[in-house]
Design a protein around this ligand. Structure first.
Ligand SMILES: CC(C)(COP(=O)(O)OP(=O)(O)OC[C@H]1O[C@@H](n2cnc3c(N)ncnc32)[C@H](O)[C@@H]1OP(=O)(O)O)[C@@H](O)C(=O)NCCC(=O)NCCS
Length: 194
């Protein structure tokens, strides 16, 4: 699904405030610490609990494998002025990897609690959607939605995901909807600083 461009760990996307880069083994301690916060962990049902540096290291390895094989683009988030730091993750993976819904790609994302409320995830998701919809095979991307998860629903709506029907477990955005919503809007992807 993903091209050679994204299959090497020098690949990155820059936005106004973020680096989106491949996760690395050295991210595991920060990943474990931020994802173990109870306010994050209760929303991240895909991660085992307890989630320590070993589990985080395993997740990083799996993400790197998916990226290298072209099955996904799973990226660590770092402040643009501190690319070695780790503040959360965003990614899309081929649906076959996740086995839910019927979209081509499945979006996942989370941010460490100290970084909430600054609009960072919208910036990250829009950059990933820009990149993912450049791929000829990606026609639809689904995102999980949870009843009552107001912050996440707001972010998805601001990124252009349609309001899901009551009781739905995910929302799907199509390439056409994305491209027409973004017509005339500057891409979130910024020119590299370095
Ligand atoms: C959901 C999440 C990605 C939102 O990212 P974010 O960059 O903080 O989002 P924003 O800054 O754009 O905030 C979105 C809205 O949520 C609100 N919000 C942010 N943090 C909040 C909090 N702790 N409690 C309640 N509302 C909050 C914001 O006020 C904002 O609404 P407003 O602009 O109308 O005021 C982030 O909170 C997160 O990663 N949470 C834990 C993991 C998770 O839920 N992942 C998604 C799984 S489906």
């Amino acid at each position: 699904m993903f091209p050679d461009l994204t299959r090497d760990d020098v690949f990155r996307i820059e936005t106004a405030r973020l680096w989106l880069r491949w996760p690395r083994a050295v991210d595991a301690p920060a990943f474990a610490r931020l994802a173990s916060d109870q306010d994050v962990a209760r929303l991240m049902t895909c991660l085992p609990q307890p989630f320590g540096p070993v589990e985080a290291g395993d997740f990083v390895l799996g993400a790197r494998r998916a990226n290298a094989d072209g099955r996904g683009l799973v990226l660590a988030l770092a402040p643009r002025n501190d690319p070695g730091a780790f503040v959360g993750m965003v990614g899309v993976q081929s649906r076959a990897e996740i086995a839910s819904g019927d979209a081509d790609l499945v979006l996942g994302y989370w941010l460490g609690k100290p970084y909430w409320g600054q609009g960072l995830m919208q910036e990250a998701i829009e950059a990933v959607l820009d990149m993912a919809f450049m791929l000829p095979d990606a026609q639809t991307i689904e995102a999980p939605v949870r009843e009552g998860h107001v912050a996440s629903r707001k972010v998805l709506a601001r990124c252009g995901f349609p309001k899901p029907p009551a009781g739905a477990s995910h929302s799907v955005i199509t390439r056409d909807a994305w491209l027409s919503a973004r017509a005339g809007v500057a891409s979130r992807i910024a020119l590299p600083l370095h």
